[in-house]
Design a protein around this ligand. Sequence first.
Ligand SMILES: Nc1ncnc2c1ncn2[C@@H]1O[C@H](COP(=O)(O)OP(=O)(O)OP(=O)(O)O)[C@@H](O)[C@H]1O
Length: 247
Amino acid sequence: MSIALAGPGPLLEMRGVNKHYLMGESRIDALKAVNVQIEPGEFVAVWGPSGSGKSTFCNLIGLLDAPSSGSVHFLGQNAAMLSDDQRSALRNRAIGFVFQGFNLIPVLSALENVMLPLQVGQASAQAARVAALSRLAEVGLTSHLAHRPAKLSGGQQQRVAIARALVGSPALVVADEPTANLDSDNALKVIALMRSISKSDGTAFVFSTHDERLLERVDRRIMLHDGAVVEDRKAPAGALALRGKSC
Ligand SMILES: Nc1ncnc2c1ncn2[C@@H]1O[C@H](COP(=O)(O)OP(=O)(O)OP(=O)(O)O)[C@@H](O)[C@H]1O
């Protein structure tokens, strides 16, 4: 069950967001005048060429970084109005992350990796174990609970990472290039898995990719070019239901 919105409105909103980085004397405009709303349960790809701003976009919607100007609103709250502690608490409670390099802890088993976010959040070991077992079953890894990451394939490691992102029942999962280290078969499987969980749990997923083949599997695609949104398109009604059958 996902966390409910405090009131009516989108799950996440970027309003007039600009983000620049300073590199010595030069300034890099990584995002320019971005206005985007993400609704609860949406399954969205952010795509574009290298350097177009996808990681910057993911960092901002995950409340990992702040815009240079404009604002990011999550669950009805302007992230800039929160203290660092409040922002961290909101992020820990309501946002899950999946990374390109999986970022699992090598000395922990699959089960322990998935339990960890809840244990850091003060849940009892028993409650963390129950939730982690359920999420690992959801990603089809019940038979690999005791495996350490090195004993898992790339696709299996990313499924553990997805289970870990979901274990706290977030409202939003942000995945920055989750398929970049996977072969095309595993990439399609990981996207199909994320989409199926998004539909069954009502969790919004936003993932970045430069792989156009994955765009057929999403509800909505947002294209970035040189930091600007140049396309924001929803899939035609019914198209995904047909495609979903072949996932
Ligand atoms: N911490 C940083 N300091 C300086 N410049 C940065 C920083 N992070 C990103 N940039 C620059 O901002 C622009 C957007 O980068 P970003 O990583 O968001 O793009 P991307 O689409 O994710 O690229 P890729 O697909 O190669 O990962 C690029 O020009 C990049 O060099």
